[in-house]
Design a protein around this ligand. Structure first.
Ligand code: MN
Length: 249
């Protein structure tokens, strides 16, 4: 199995080193990751300047790219040839619920799925101290033992709790609202600047990714590329017939 490992925290993050270390037991590993942190880059790709990569000394083949996580996966797949699965992370910070929309970590996995490969994203909360990646590695291995044979799952979002997990749970995405606040401030020159915040406003719903991680479980959420709201589509076709806009089946 050929495993491409990427992230959005940059190639020098301890999280990607831990993920690549575990992945080595499952196949041939190549790291292709951004040369600087690209957190919250979402699924952006670089379209206005050229990309390049440089080899980076590691235990496995590793390359740093002057681009986004999605760039790294596209470029890595192009340069390395056929990749079976893209692993992205382990992100320093959770990617739960609505934060999936901004996540560069998930975008790395998602780019793999867009290219017809399989993608799995890994994230974990971070506090004042660095996450205990050595203690986390057996749980990453358990997740891979579960997911790699499940070839019908082509995009999966995994979040590990802080501390020793109580177990693993299949979950759905939490869709609670977050504050989305813009917090103004001043830089040392007196100029206005702003920080964005993403703080959930409501308690997590049972069965969701947030609820599982807050309860101390590893959360495993199968995702799909199809964003269509199929129930809304069916209802719209019934309630608002559009003569020339019938969906083509
Ligand atoms: Mn990140």
């Amino acid at each position: 199995m050929r495993i491409l490992v990427t992230n959005d925290d940059g190639i020098y993050s301890p999280g990607i080193a831990a993920l690549a270390d575990v992945a080595r037991a499952f196949g041939e590993v190549c790291i292709v990751a951004p040369d600087v942190e690209m957190s919250s880059a979402g699924h952006s790709i670089t379209a206005t300047r050229p990309l390049s990569y440089k080899r980076t000394p590691r235990d496995v083949e590793a390359y740093r790219v002057n681009g986004t996580p999605a760039d790294c996966v596209a470029l890595g797949n192009h340069a390395w040839g056929r990749v079976d699965v893209v692993l992205s992370g382990v992100n320093l910070g959770p990617n739960l619920g609505n934060s999936m929309w901004h996540s560069g970590t998930l975008a790395g996995a998602k780019q793999g799925t867009l290219l017809g490969l399989r993608g799995i994203a890994f994230s974990t909360p971070v506090g004042d101290e660095e996450p205990a990646f050595d203690a986390m590695k057996p749980w990453i291995a358990r997740v891979l033992e579960l997911l790699l044979p499940a070839t019908e799952l082509n995009l999966v979002n995994v979040n590990l709790p802080s501390g020793t997990p109580r177990g693993m749970r299949w979950t759905r995405q939490s869709v609670r609202h977050y504050d989305g606040r813009v917090v103004p401030g001043r830089d040392p020159m007196g100029r206005s600047h702003y920080w964005m915040t993403v703080v959930p406003l409501e308690a997590a719903e049972p069965g969701t990714d947030r609820h599982a991680v807050e309860s101390g479980y590893v959360s495993i959420t199968p995702l799909r590329l199809d964003l269509t709201d199929h129930a809304a589509l069916d209802a719209a076709v019934r309630r608002h017939p559009a003569e020339d806009a019938a969906p083509v089946s």
